[in-house]
Design a protein around this ligand. Structure first.
Ligand SMILES: NC(=O)c1ccc[n+]([C@@H]2O[C@H](COP(=O)([O-])OP(=O)(O)OC[C@H]3O[C@@H](n4cnc5c(N)ncnc54)[C@H](OP(=O)(O)O)[C@@H]3O)[C@@H](O)[C@H]2O)c1
Length: 184
């Protein structure tokens, strides 16, 4: 079975979850708010199955246990899409470690904010040989006389494009020229 683990899937990655369900993935989604999760589940229902992992990812042990449980129930994770705030610095490695335990090849798409250093973050994570790590950096959109941040649908669409392209580093929107980013 194709099994995707989406960390933070009930917000800006909603459309990404829908697209992955349409591709036949079983989804395991990590988020805290049950109502938001139920709204996502309604969208997924006509397309496929979704397991709700209602866990705060700043709690490393709970995150670890919930990944173990979903792997036991639904098989090895073959795709990770991870949007984790900096409030949980240990969570990206925990996800990598738990998913690696199945010893089945998987791809790990790590979504990063515009001001992140993707190379430093990649180097700070240790990956097993079967884990193919990919960075996705969210940028902004330059328009004729202004720039703006990406919309949620643009972020989800860009993440799906990154999964399709399968490049080690993918930018959704642009980060240059940095001095033209919105709101400065
Ligand atoms: N460069 C850019 O363009 C850029 C970069 C970053 C963000 N943004 C924008 O900034 C906005 C805010 O970002 P956001 O992170 O709030 O986006 P979001 O994707 O709408 O929400 C975060 C997701 O992570 C989950 N989450 C958050 N904290 C969690 C925790 N401790 N444990 C488990 N799950 C957790 C949330 O669900 P629960 O709340 O239910 O836990 C939700 O599913 C977004 O709307 C996006 O458009 C833009």
């Amino acid at each position: 079975m194709k099994h995707a683990l989406i960390i933070g899937g009930s917000g800006m990655l909603t459309d990404c979850c829908v697209a992955l369900a349409a591709q036949g993935y079983h989804l395991s989604v990590v988020a805290r708010n049950e109502e938001k999760m139920n709204r996502l589940e309604k969208k997924i229902k006509p397309l496929g199955k979704m397991t709700k992992l209602l866990v705060d990812y700043t709690d490393n042990e709970k995150l670890r246990t919930s990944i173990q449980q979903t792997v036991e129930g639904h098989g090895p994770v073959t795709l990770v899409v991870s949007w984790i705030h900096s409030t949980a610095p240990e969570a990206p490695q925990t996800v990598m470690d738990e998913v690696s335990k199945s010893e089945v090849p998987f791809r790990y798409f790590h979504i990063l904010g515009s001001s992140s250093d993707p190379i430093a973050i990649k180097e700070s994570l240790s990956s097993q040989p079967q884990g193919h790590y990919r960075s996705i950096v969210l940028g902004f959109v330059r328009e004729k006389d202004r720039s703006r941040w990406l919309t949620h649908p643009e972020i989800s669409e860009g993440v799906m494009e990154a999964i399709e392209q399968d490049e080690p580093l993918y930018y959704v929107g642009v980060i240059e020229p940095w001095e033209e980013r919105p709101g400065r």
